[in-house]
Write a protein that binds this ligand. Structure first.
Ligand SMILES: O=C(O)CCC(=O)C(=O)O
Length: 282
């Protein structure tokens, strides 16, 4: 097994691995260590059934359920299907679930540790997934901003209807039944300390962070836009071009991601997604 860095900053690919139930402890350790070190890893050239994916996910922690009631695999409700495929005129999965920069389940009291996507079909063009290194974004903040944010929390929500920065995907009509769930807003520290590495990361996203606690709305939006601009600097990014059989795993505690869409027809991108429980951010 070989681990190759994909950018100077973060992300790595693992080649020569065989993900299987009977993997050795050493191989599992190599993969989980690479995950912690590189924040985003892609294990090339695998072929996992949903059951195998769930088992492999357990090496990273307990499985979590996605908030959405739709787009789940019928036999494995812990598994979400991301797909632009239609069968008998119906979408078989979420068509653009992650179309804005986000970290998974920031809107929940205990956000996810990591997410795993497995590529079962990939298009020739388009459908990339982009990542931001939010350790690097934190480190790039002016000292004064770091101090200003010390102990300050962001107010986060899943509800797209309350966030003027984002749109409701066409698939969900006016979006009320999907997004207007009445779930309470959730506060998390804007500067998060990673529970395993001890490093600090900038834990806000345009998709889910509505406000900064304690600031008037316009000041809050100005500050958030400043933070988003630092996150989205090109030097903090990695863009993943999918290959068939890829297993992509990212650390939601120190990255943001976004699906870039624009899949060139008739290309199909069909992915299986599992989510792993995290811990309360501090
Ligand atoms: O579709 C993509 O490329 C991104 C998916 C995503 O945002 C997610 O699984 O949380």
């Amino acid at each position: 097994m070989q681990v190759n860095k994909l950018t100077d900053s973060f992300a790595a690919e693992i080649v020569g691995a065989k993900v299987a139930d009977d993997m050795s402890e050493t191989d599992v350790d190599t993969i989980t260590d690479a995950f912690l070190e590189h924040q985003v890893i892609v294990i090339r050239d695998q072929n996992m059934s949903p059951v195998e994916q769930k088992k492999f996910s357990l090496h990273f922690g307990e499985l979590a359920f996605h908030i959405s009631k739709t787009n789940k695999d019928k036999e494995h409700p812990e598994m979400l299907v991301l797909s632009n495929k239609k069968v008998n005129g119906k979408w078989v999965g979420a068509t653009n679930a992650g179309d804005e920069w986000h970290t998974d389940s920031l809107y929940q009291p205990v956000p996810a540790k990591c997410t795993m996507l497995h590529a079962l079909e990939v298009p020739e063009e388009g459908g990339e997934t982009a990542f931001i290194n939010t350790y690097a974004a934190y480190e790039a903040l002016p000292e004064e901003t770091k101090q200003r944010l010390d102990g300050v929390r962001g107010i986060n929500s899943w509800n797209r209807l309350r966030n003027p920065r984002v749109k409701v995907p066409e698939q969900h009509g006016d979006g009320k039944s999907v997004y207007d769930t009445g779930a309470p807003d959730v506060m998390h520290p804007i500067i998060r300390t990673h529970p395993e590495s001890g490093r600090k990361a900038l834990f806000v996203s345009p998709r889910h962070t509505l406000f900064v606690e304690g600031l008037p709305e316009d000041e809050s939006e100005d500050l958030l836009q400043e933070l988003f601009a630092v996150q989205q600097r090109e030097e903090h990014m990695y863009i993943h071009k999918w290959q068939l059989g890829d297993i992509l795993i990212w650390d939601n505690r120190c990255t943001l991601h976004k699906g870039l869409g624009k899949i060139k027809e008739p290309g199909i991108r069909h992915l299986h997604r599992t989510l792993i429980e995290g811990t309360v951010p501090f």
